[in-house]
Design a protein. Sequence first.
Length: 367
Amino acid sequence: MNTLTLLLLPLNLWDDFLGLLGAMMTPLYWAVSGILVGFHWLLSSLGMNPDWGGTWALSIVLLTVVIRTALIPLFVRQINSARNMQLIQPKVKALNDKYGHDRERLGQETMKLYKEEGVNPMASCLPLLLQMPIFLALFYVLNSVSRTPDQALGYFFQQNPALAESLHNATIFGAQLSSTFLPIEGGFGATQWVTATLVVLMTVVLFITQLQLMRKNMPPEALTGQMAQQQKMMLYVFPFMYLFMGVNIPIGVLVYWLTTNLWTMGQQYILIHNNPAPGTPAYVDWEERMRAKGKDPDEIAARRRGAGKPSAPVNGDPTKVARQGSGSTPGAPAVGEDTAAPAEPTVQRQVIQRQQPRKGSRAARKQ
């Protein structure tokens, strides 16, 4: 194998990886294009102009709603996992304080705590990882149709090039759905106004969503220290990222982006209002509302957490204790009795026996 082959090997591996990724994403491209074309056909059947930008924009909105609705179970799973992790944070902090000097022991005790509490730290990340390919497929299909309709992704656009051209050339408020803010040709026109409006709305919605989360659904300890700095950075940095990225994204993709941000804001509001995280201002407000309705908030919270199940004993499996008790000799203390109490007098007697000779020797020395 010569030197040139060795140099080109990473590029070949990268091409293979991209080919594998494309093959994995192809079914998602088909699904996204099929749903979008299906909604466009439905709206056109209802009398809307099939080549009008409003028809395509509404189709994109409905496509986004369908995708986000399908992802609700993953969102609920993610929230529950994050909530369970948040509930055991005091115990995790106690372990850090106790075993912080011994990283290996800290890791063992932390994993033991996760097992006892039935918590998986990765469970909150898995739904997010499963959502990413779907969002990427949605983005890439819309972006490909907007930029290069003759090379559009998705089976239904590839089989119907006229639909890809229709979406590419469709206009709304005088701006093509495929156009971007930059470059500015012929002055500040309809494309720039529509793009700027969508980007500003996206930025405002994102800012409100992050601010709502920080003020209502985060415990006080999370608003101090390094975590607070990260949250504040996200609060102000992400909107600026939207401003810089939005000027190069087609209007059709911005419609999707604004829709999914609005969905996230509404979904988060419902969550904070009806099922807030314990120890947060939103949780205090929720408790007051439940008491005003004559309901017990503690009982509701326990039922949501699946409380009422017998917790594992500190010393291990209760069946192991029962087996030890069943095999004991007659006269032995029953299971559940405190068998450590008789040990205390024994220790005291041993101390006294060690001390008595010393007292005697001291008296002998004085004589």
